[in-house]
Structures are given as structure tokens and as C-alpha cells.
Design a protein around this ligand. Sequence first.
Ligand SMILES: Nc1ncnc2c1ncn2[C@@H]1O[C@H](COP(=O)(O)OP(=O)(O)O)[C@@H](O)[C@H]1O
Ligand SMILES: [Mg+2]
Length: 266
Amino acid sequence: MIAFKNVSKTYNGHQIIKQLDLKIHGGELFVMIGPSGCGKTTTMKMINRLIEPSSGTIEINGQDISRQDPVELRRGIGYVIQQIGLFPHMTIGQNVALVPKLKKMDPAAYEKKVDELLDMVGLDPKVYKNRYPAQLSGGQQQRVGVIRALAADPPIILMDEPFSALDPISREQLQDEFVRLQKAIHKTIVFVTHDMDEALKIADRICLMQGGIVVQLGEPADILHRPASDFVTDFIGPKRLKTPIQNTNLPPQPSHDVIQFQPGMS
Ligand SMILES: Nc1ncnc2c1ncn2[C@@H]1O[C@H](COP(=O)(O)OP(=O)(O)O)[C@@H](O)[C@H]1O
Ligand SMILES: [Mg+2]
């Protein structure tokens, strides 16, 4: 479990993160969302100490991370960003095996793991393991970036807009695969996005931020059905909000994508 306790971050006299209290549960897919500049990346980078808070504490499983060696801390935290940065001169297999190798894990064990992970994201190891990043599409490279973060089996994974550079089709495919993958591996994942459709699709809980504070935290259904403020309503957008049921004696309206059977239809 990751806990932020009264965490603030100030740059040049401006408080970017304001007294943040947050609990991210073990095994959940926690999505942080909000407009550009609201503090998502800053919050995320404080978890692996790429950024230090100005005040407050962050604990992982009850341990204050400011007392831990940052390098040691990061060994237990996978990190995926938009520009995944695969090493161009290394094969896909070498890229994925990089962290397990650095951790001096047993080669026999991680080679098997690399193959399993490639299979899990639909990249046949026999075909792709010995290719170089430039020989893969953007979507395939991003899949490799995701599994590279998983290869050393860290309990926590941070993902900062990992799919946002992809075309809409690759992006949706990867979201689907990612949800399936998480069902199998149950990692604690902190996932940043600015895309509400993505958040609603993948999140166990959504944390909506604005100007360095949390404006609403809840399950996707809570956010959709009980937006906490006009800002939340605007951020969700009218298209995603269900038509309110005016008369509570009537059954709920079917959503627009449900085709009702009518006489004459076959
Ligand atoms: N190193 C820095 N120095 C000064 N201001 C910064 C620095 N890093 C981020 N900021 C500011 O902090 C705010 C939050 O940034 P960030 O966490 O990157 O937002 P987000 O990821 O939500 O788009 C922004 O206003 C940004 O300009
Ligand atoms: Mg950001």
C-alpha cells in the first residue's frame, strides 16, 4: 500500500501539490487524471523519488520512503512513460531482460519469463525476441515497454500516459490487453492519463485532480453517477453522463447502445 500523508510540493514559491492525503491499495489499478499541469506526473514521481516532496511523508507498506535508498526503492517499482525508450542497439529479448539481469536474477528463470510476457501481449517470442526496436511498430514497442516494467516482477508499477502516443486502434487494443494482464498479475499500478475514456475503461479507482488537489476519488461508477462538483461534470463531459432518470417509478432507460427487440426484427 502507498500512502501520501500531507504531502506538498513547492516550486519557486508556488505550491504545485497541496497537502495531499492519498491511499493506494495493494493490487489496485489506480488512475490519476486531470487537466495538463494539475500535478499528476509530480505526484507519481514522488513515489519513486525522482522528485522529493517539500513537506509531508510517503510510505510504502508502512515504511517512510525518504529513509530508503532511492536505487533500492526503484528496484521494487517498475516505471513506464510515454516515450518508452527501448535501447535501440539491444534486441527485444535483451531489452525486456535488462532489469532482471541487473538484479542478477537466474538467467534460466528470466529467459522463460521474457517469453511468457511476450506471449501475454501477443508478440510471439520466436518472431520478435531477436528483433530490434526499430523493426517493430509504435504499438508493439509500447507493449515491450509495458512488459519490460513487469519482467523483474516489481510489486508496484508507475505508468505515466503510457499509451497516449498511440493511434486510437492500437491504444484501445493495448488497453484491453492491459486490463487482461492486470487480472492475471494483480500488481499495484498507478496509471496517469488525461483521457477519461481510458480511465473509465481500466481503473479500479479514479483520482481526479485539479490544481494540485484531489477533487474526487472513487470507482468509475461513483465518478460517473455522483460527480462531486461542476468541474467533475465538465471533465467527464455530457456525452459520457447518463441521462438522469426523471421519474423514479419508471424502469431505468436502456443505454443508447442496447438494441431493443422489436416485432419484425430477426
Ligand atoms: N521542475 C519544475 N519547476 C517548476 N515548476 C514545475 C516543475 N515541474 C513541474 N512544474 C509545474 O508543476 C505543475 C504540475 O506539473 P506536472 O506534475 O508535470 O503536471 P501534469 O503531469 O498533471 O501535467 C505544472 O504547473 C508545472 O508547470
Ligand atoms: Mg504529466
